[in-house]
Design a protein around this ligand. Sequence first.
Ligand code: UDP
Length: 477
Amino acid sequence: MESKIAPVKMFFFPFVGGGHQIPMIDTARVFASHGAISTIITTPSNAIDFNSSITRDQQSGLNITIHILTLPPNIAEITDMSAGPMTDTSALLEPFKDFLIHDKPDCIVIDFFHRWAGEVVDELQIRRLMFTGNACFPRCVQENIRKHVQLEDLSSDYEPFVVPHLPNRIEMTRSRVPIFLRNPSQFPDRLKTMKNLEEKSFGTIVNSFYELEPAYADYIRKDFGMKAWLVGPVSLCNRSKEDKTDRGKLSTIDEQSCLNWLSSKEPNSVLYVSFGSLARLPDQQIKEIAYALEASDQSFIWVVRTTTSSSKNEENGGADFLPDGFEERMKENQKGLIIRGWAPQLLILEHEAVGGFLTHCGWNSTLEGVSTGVPMITWPLSAEQFSNEKLVTDVLKIGVQVGSKEWGIHTEEWKEVLGREKVELAVKKLMGKSEEGEEMRRRVKEIAGKARKAVEEGGTSYAEVEALIEELKALRV
Ligand code: UDP
């Protein structure tokens, strides 16, 4: 009976940029693995980043394709993984609309940052789902700050306040709050458009899983009235070594040498250090991290990038800014592996030698740390990362804070250089053999087990994918 109903046809329109494109591609693959016909809409160069994993999916029988938009002449393609929230993609409007006019799906999942796309889709009367890339928790934190806290009444940027009406006691300061909440008048159109985009949509797809943040998943549904499907962690759809290695971009390190290096280490003894796909650290901050790692005698893998202003050094990944002889010493005593460019993050995180993750708390990295059972040192910088930090350290209790407190935009000057002492202290706290560290490790491994269960048959995320597919089918009648 059921097989007579045609599969649902879903389009996915990801935003360029690591933290957005990567999880949306995985989401399209997840839905295809549940029998949907998935089409990813993108531009020529961006398709290169995920083409091979889609080909592998096709070879294994999944119904998934890439639709390439032909750009109007003289329009430069936005291909950089470091495209940020302000990047305007509206040059894609015409080819995007043209494609939709000729080929209508049951629904289209759109990234929040394609601010112009909602209107086009609504005009064509196509069911639209949103993808923000965030979890439920930061949503609740930010929305309740927006609604209930008079930030301008605080005595300083550093006066702590408790975010009202949340299931947990979450303390914040103004310095950790995104600029668009601190100065909403500066962004009136952007905020209004984004709010409209979501309110008028059919619902939201969330890369998270119910057991991770049950109170907050309930909160967005009941208190905010959002229709949301928690379908993650979507990164767990990468099961083969190939998929894990070249996820997002081709790795700049040979994955086998990376794995060999890790295999020479004791379980839980290596710290993985990465600040995601966007952040570029200034030289001074890179130096402080290097000194801290060396002083703490910690084995590490470090993905090093420099500030955008130092782009001439981008190619060598900031080698000039590492302290004199640091890299040679780390190589000689086998303490550290430095990766310049793109690391095979999933492969690294799931290796048993990795016992800690120093992260900027981008949601994907955070969730990848959670689902591979790795406790974290949290170093939030921007976006909703300061909220993610609170989820990790105050709610889930699976990480220690390095102590960053200044929210900034990655394109602007770096606001706060953290000294080596702070970094070293956090490294020792997490990686040293303390009871506190062991307890965090135990807790995160337990949560990782729940993450894996969630995406398997019988799990919550699995059920939510199925539920959305069934709902879309039912709506055809
Ligand atoms: N990533 C990776 N290798 C790198 C840097 C990043 O595979 O060298 C991936 C990482 O696994 C994650 C994404 O890029 O899936 C980064 O997303 P996140 O939300 O953590 O941070 P953002 O880059 O958006 O700041």
